[in-house]
Write a protein that binds this ligand. Structure first.
Ligand code: BGC
Length: 393
């Protein structure tokens, strides 16, 4: 690991991250997951994008975040007929196959794209609504611009949230994942509290939120901490997000303290957080974005010193070009599995915009970075080395 950075360097990495994300945002509003990584090029994920938009919103890059939510809403509106077909089949007791659900990622112009993916994942359809509502509150914006997309996203989740689906890591399709349920809860309760839904849909969303919380309490907690999926005993680094930024679990609660401690104990080495024990993707390294989520969870529990330590670890992964990677290989869970991924997809995704965004979000949260009152609509001063490559899709 490289040496720790001083306050000024920590702050300037945050500013640079905002600029980098802004430079790479597509004119459609989509945030590319990573401009150069073979398997991600040309695609934007609801999950990554929602957290990226939240990071940008926290740094007062207001228009950038708004444009991402425009992109999300336009995708949902264009799929109204598909959502209504899914709803009808569900209501008739003949639910459609996973292959007929909405995709997880889309090309920048809003198409499904031609590449196969592990597509049925419900979390992003909650997370973007949570991020949009948080953005509107943070900056005093109305939600009318995204109201139709929010209503369709709520209706889609009401028809699908109880089904097992791929998790944040696009794995374990037959399980019901606590992080995914947390994203659904965050999204549905944000939509209800924002008062943008027809009354009947708002009522159903409230009932679903309560039911999802009860399911987590019953089968998603073991030994006082959240677990990776219903009935499991292990944790997953993504669970920290339920404490912060999603605030589904109160940061001051015993559940938050036990979950944070467990993630730290089971998955964290020197501040670098693994996704889960048993991860073999590129050997199962440590993910800066998860380190920042753990930092946010610590901050929510009042432990700013540990939160800062998490930020410093994430900053220490920056490359000479100023890029934060998806993961680093300082501490691999299974080094024998690196080569196969390198052969399949090339080097680890770098930069990963989600890593940069979580860094920004944590830096703002703990006061390490004070953004300007508002970034101009286009904040980019960094030359975009990737634009051509990211637009070849
Ligand atoms: C991760 C996903 C992420 C995607 C794009 C995958 O390797 O497992 O969580 O959404 O990359 O960044």
């Amino acid at each position: 690991m490289t040496s720790r950075l001083d306050d000024e360097s920590l702050a300037s990495l945050a500013a640079h991250s905002v600029e980098l994300i802004s430079t790479l945002q597509h004119p459609s509003g989509a945030y590319p997951a990573s401009p150069t990584f073979s398997a991600y090029t040309g695609y934007s994920w609801f999950r990554d994008g929602a957290f990226i938009a939240d990071g940008m919103s926290s740094a007062n890059a207001i228009e950038s975040a708004s444009r991402f939510f425009d992109w999300c809403a336009s995708i949902l509106i264009a799929r109204r007929a598909q959502i209504e077909t899914i709803e009808r089949a569900e209501a008739a007791g003949t639910p459609l196959d996973n292959s007929q659900m909405l995709a997880t990622r889309f090309t920048f112009d809003g198409a499904e794209g031609d590449d196969d993916w592990w597509d049925f994942q419900t979390d992003g359809y909650g997370t973007w609504m949570w991020a949009a509502v948080a953005h509107s509150r943070r900056h005093g914006l109305g939600l009318e611009r995204w109201r139709e997309g929010i209503e369709l996203s709520v209706r889609y989740l009401l028809a699908t949230w109880e089904r097992p689906c791929f998790d944040w890591w696009e794995e374990f399709e037959t399980e019901r994942h606590v992080s995914t349920l947390g994203c659904v809860i965050a999204g549905l309760s944000a939509a209800v509290s924002a008062d943008v839904l027809p009354a009947d849909i708002a009522t159903r969303a409230t009932v679903a939120t309560t039911a999802a919380r009860e399911i987590i309490e019953l089968d998603g907690v073991r030994d006082g901490h959240l677990v990776k999926w219903l009935g499991s005993v292990a944790v997953d680094g993504s669970l920290a997000a339920l404490i912060s930024p999603l605030a589904v679990v109160d940061g001051a609660s015993a559940l938050a303290a036990a979950s944070t401690a467990r993630i730290d104990h089971e998955l964290t080495v020197d501040g670098g957080v693994h996704r889960y024990l048993g991860d073999t993707f590129y050997g199962g390294g440590q993910w800066p974005l998860l380190s920042c989520m753990l930092g946010l969870a610590y901050a929510a529990g009042g432990d700013t010193a540990r939160a800062r330590n998490q930020l410093e670890w994430a900053a220490s992964t920056v490359t000479a070009e100023g890029f934060l990677p998806e993961q680093v290989d300082d501490d691999l869970l299974d080094p024998s599995r690196v080569a196969e991924w390198q052969e399949r997809w090339g080097s680890v995704a770098t930069p990963l915009l989600w890593s940069h965004a979580m860094y920004v979000r944590l830096a703002v949260e703990i006061g390490m970075y004070s953004p300007p009152a508002e970034w101009p609509a286009s904040v980019a001063t960094t030359e975009n080395h990737f634009r051509n490559e990211s637009e070849t899709d």
